[in-house]
Ligand binder design. Sequence first.
Ligand SMILES: [Zn+2]
Length: 52
Amino acid sequence: MCLICVELAKSKMTAKEAKAQFREMRVAMDAQHIREVEAKIAQAEIDEPTKP
Ligand SMILES: [Zn+2]
């Protein structure tokens, strides 16, 4: 678990914000967790109501 996972789990971060954080944080993550976070962000995008 990292900040992105925690915030997404609490719905305190949008998929867009998570992506921005992920760009900065992925360099410090191991490859397996990168895949997990990518999957969580993809799911968050599906779950989020689309805003104009
Ligand atoms: Zn994480």
